[in-house]
Design a protein around this ligand. Structure first.
Ligand code: NQM
Length: 352
């Protein structure tokens, strides 16, 4: 099933319909999406990391979850399939997909699905309207980056168990740049845009064309990845990098997020969760840039195509170490197509 999940788009599969061997599965998914090829002309992919995604869903053996959701990022111009990150946008489609495929029985009005995100082991709950026991995708919820309106999918993540600051510090100096490394579901390096000599209000295209910036971001990412315990992150999609600037439209902060090479046209859900929690860290690089609301956990993260509202607080463990509090966000999702995909045959000629 091809679905839009939040501001991303991907192919959703039942796990049982894919090869169980990860190598064979990844080879098939590259052919399904038309990778490697910058245009993904011979497959379902949309020639951008945000539209080259796969969700693999199955019934869960975990008593705390109804379904397991494995996210796979399929490279566009590289023959790579990565399970190193989650995707909170495709997550929005997982509950509806589970109902569509009969993995979860729908309620008469709404359905809540408990989801185990296999990539991280974290849990999420998604609830959405199912009037008369069928998923209703139409509604009045609007999310920036998606034209029109659709039914709201309310997603909640419980309090995090792992430390919010993977390096153990509120601020690190990485490649001569002050950063805050944070992980509230998505390892993310926060950087004040001003420390990279950009405003943070440039368009994604302009930022992507800035080759000096790309070099600097690469250097920061490689060093930060090691400090965050992620090892050599050269070929991986995490950590992401979020440039921060003062808000311009009544939000808490303006962001430009690199995922990690292309600049996001909006912001990922878990990316936003990490930014939101990171802004609250005492001594972090967000201080002096962001304007936090005086009360409550809800924050508005501005991004290139609008904003994303998210509830994300932080709590402190007995040892004083910050952890993410409950996180909640509204997304929308839509079934676009349900049918049979005809993958490029194995071993067929590929673009260089
Ligand atoms: O952070 C893009 C997206 C994402 C990830 C990326 C996401 C998230 O917008 O939860 O959704 O960061 O690669 O789909």
């Amino acid at each position: 099933m091809l679905m839009r999940g939040g501001t991303s788009k991907g192919a959703y599969f039942l796990a049982e319909e894919l090869p169980s061997d990860p190598g064979a599965r990844d080879d098939l998914l590259l052919r399904v999406m038309g990778s490697p090829d910058p245009r993904q002309i011979d497959g379902l992919g949309g020639a951008h990391p945000l539209t080259s995604k796969v969700a693999v869903v199955s019934a869960s053996a975990d008593s705390e979850a109804d379904v397991d959701y494995l996210f796979l990022q399929v490279g566009v111009d590289r023959p790579e399939v990565s399970d190193r990150q989650n995707c909170g946008n495709l997550l929005a489609g997982v509950g509806p997909f589970a109902v569509e495929r009969g993995l979860v029985a729908a309620g008469e009005e709404r359905t809540s699905v408990r989801i185990r995100m296999v990539n991280s082991g974290d849990l999420a709950a998604a609830s959405f309207p199912t009037p008369g026991g069928r998923v209703d995708y139409s509604g009045t919820a609007e999310i920036s980056g998606v034209p029109g309106t659709a039914a709201p999918v309310v997603i909640e993540f419980p309090r995090g168990a792992a430390p919010l600051l993977p390096t153990g510090h509120a601020r690190d100096l990485v490649a001569d740049t002050p950063v805050t490394c944070v992980d509230n579901g998505m390892p993310t390096v926060l950087i004040a845009a001003s420390s990279l000599q950009v405003t943070g209000y440039e368009s994604p295209k302009d930022l992507e064309e800035d080759l000096a910036l790309a070099d600097r971001l690469r250097e920061i990412r490689l060093e930060a990845g090691k400090l965050m315990g992620l090892g050599d992150v050269e070929g991986t999609t995490v950590p992401k990098l979020s440039l921060l600037a003062a808000p311009r439209d009544g939000g808490a902060v303006t962001t430009r997020t690199f995922i990690p090479i292309r600049c996001h046209t909006s912001i990922g859900v878990l990316g936003a969760a990490s930014v939101a929690a990171g802004l609250r860290v005492e001594g972090g690089v967000g201080q002096g840039v962001a304007r936090l609301p005086e009360r409550g956990d809800r924050l508005r993260i501005e991004h290139p195509t609008g904003f994303l509202d998210i509830e994300a607080g932080i709590e402190y463990g007995a040892d004083g170490v910050p952890v993410a509090g409950r996180t909640a966000v509204v997304r929308t999702a839509r079934k676009i197509f349900d049918g049979t995909v005809f993958a490029r045959p194995a071993g067929a000629a590929q673009h260089p």
